[in-house]
Design a protein around this ligand. Structure first.
Ligand code: SF4
Length: 190
């Protein structure tokens, strides 16, 4: 294995895992250690496995472009809890939890004009300890939209469209574009 490149090692690992005819593959940061050209090849291999063999793949990743390319459903987690989930296209077009909005906005744009217009996320503070999370909404110490109510109760997961939910008291406004976590002012007021 030591003579193999990173991409070759990854292919060997995939072949090994397929030897037991799995129905599901759990892929934890499967391409993060690979360079860009090899990433695309390995991701195409995963997509072929899904299509040709019917193997479901669960990707755990920080690379949002990879998630967009590979996943039909996306689950966004913060401090060990799912804060938003939905069909990939819907969630990327209408992120409705402040953390999901900030995550997506933090990814640089390839187009230089779009990159100049990109609104920088207003993420505040440090990540709290998962063993001692904030009361109520776990994201409240970093959220630009937090109000007193956020500390009093865990926000329920609000249904926004078929299969799309977000756990924020303002999720419906965020989904409709009436608020944004990327500015302090409500879009309505602009
Ligand atoms: S419930 Fe409050 S603190 Fe939590 S994400 Fe929504 S606005 Fe922010």
């Amino acid at each position: 294995m030591r003579e193999l490149s990173g991409g070759q090692r990854q292919r060997v690992a995939i072949a090994r895992s397929l030897a037991v005819n799995p129905r599901v593959l759990i892929c934890d940061e499967p391409v993060s250690a690979l360079d860009l050209s090899i990433r695309a090849q390995v991701m195409n291999l995963f997509l072929r496995l899904q299509k040709d063999l019917g193997v479901a793949c669960l990707f755990i990743a920080h690379d949002l472009d990879l998630v967009r390319q590979a996943a039909s459903r996306v689950y966004v987690m913060y401090l060990g809890k799912i804060v938003e989930h939905g069909p990939s296209l819907e969630l990327y077009d209408h992120p409705s939890h402040p953390y999901a909005q900030m995550l997506l906005a933090s990814a640089p744009e390839v187009d230089p004009i779009a990159e100049r217009q990109r609104r920088a996320p207003l993420m505040m503070g440090e990540v709290p300890s998962p063993s001692n999370p904030p009361s109520g909404c776990r994201f409240r110490t970093r959220c630009s939209l937090a109000v007193d109510e956020c500390s009093r109760q865990v926000p329920p997961a609000l249904k926004l469209s078929p299969g799309h939910t977000a756990a924020c008291i303002f999720a419906k406004d965020l989904h409709r574009g009436k608020r944004s976590a990327l500015t302090t002012a409500d879009a309505d007021a602009a």
